[in-house]
Write a protein that binds this ligand. Structure first.
Ligand code: CUA
Length: 313
């Protein structure tokens, strides 16, 4: 059952099974620190006054074995408790249960792609079922990124050339925000994804709707949808302003200057090549940072993007 959300001014909602435990440990350390801070400050003020210069009571005592044992043993017991509690939570967060569904995640500047066991792919959206454990097997195709979901109280670096994992069992229906928390270049702050937590029925309906190819949406409209869902907007504007990449506004049919000093006309073949092999022709004034969308788009989707760009006059 989805658990009820607690209200906290410090933290986002507790949306995974380990959120409560992580917060409890945090509050334990927090209140313990406040307790000892008050105790120590009161002690400092008292002793400063008690043994001030010119006080009338002789020399201050310099040794007291029971007192020294007390202030050593009590903090020792407390830090060992914090360690054991933290270690237990860490092991829980690090190791996914055996029945978790594996979903592959590929991070690239500046988007997240998710691949499901049935071969279905989605960009910047992860769909899961409430109360079912999910294990993300993550890697990066360029630099180090970090997959962070504050409401799940979990975060893990995503590293090129190896796999790292991140698991969670969502307890709340609805959307959760994913952030990239490793600085990875110009588009870092826009490297966002959403996790949609569904009931089993909603999830099945989503799978059904996504495993059949969209053949009815008109091409320019399909392209406009892909512009959002494939996160093209992170680097390309449609209003003429330059972002990480050139704007799409008014480019179709016009000549553009390339970094190698030559010129090219933006036609269908140019756009197709730029989507599939972005570094073949790089527009002057921009860096060759666009990832290839080879294998991530169907022929109809490529046509859709081209037709959409044509409408941006
Ligand atoms: Cu990816 Cu920051």
């Amino acid at each position: 059952m989805p658990t009820t959300n607690h209200d906290s001014i410090l933290f986002p909602p507790q949306a995974s099974t380990f959120a409560k435990d992580v917060d409890a440990l945090y509050y334990f350390i927090h209140y313990l620190s406040i307790f000892f801070w008050v105790l120590i400050v009161v002690g400092i003020v008292y002793f400063t006054w008690r043994w001030r210069r010119g006080h009338k009571e002789g020399v201050a005592p310099s040794h007291n074995l029971p007192l020294e044992l007390t202030w050593s043993i009590i903090p020792l017991v407390l830090v060992i408790s914090i360690f054991l509690w933290g270690f237990k939570s860490y092991m829980h967060i690090s190791r996914a249960p055996g029945d978790a569904t594996d979903i592959h995640v590929t991070a690239q500047k500046w988007s997240w792609s998710f691949e499901y066991p049935n071969g279905m792919k989605a960009m910047n959206e992860l769909h899961v079922v409430v109360d079912k454990p999910v294990r993300l097997v993550m890697t990066s195709s360029d630099v180090i990124h970090s997959f962070s979901v504050p409401s799940f109280r979990n975060k893990m670096d995503v590293i090129p050339g190896r796999y790292t994992t991140f698991w969670f069992q969502p307890t709340m229906l609805g959307e959760q925000q994913v952030y990239c928390t490793e600085f990875c270049g110009d588009g870092h702050s826009e490297m966002l994804a959403k996790i949609f937590v569904h009931t089993q029925e909603e999830y099945d309906a989503w799978v059904e709707a996504n495993s059949t190819e969209d053949t009815t949406t008109p091409l320019p409209e399909l392209g406009e949808k892909l512009f959002t869902s494939k996160a093209c907007f992170t680097c390309h504007s449609v209003d003429g302003s330059a972002k990480v990449g050139p704007s799409f506004k008014g480019i179709f049919g016009h000549e553009t200057s390339l970094t190698d000093g030559t010129k090219a006309v933006v036609d269908e073949n140019y756009l197709r090549e730029s989507i599939l092999q972005p570094n073949a022709k790089v527009v002057a004034g921009f860096a060759a940072v666009m990832p290839s969308f080879q294998g991530q788009l169907t022929e109809r989707e490529i046509n859709g993007l081209i037709e959409y760009i044509k409408t941006l006059k």
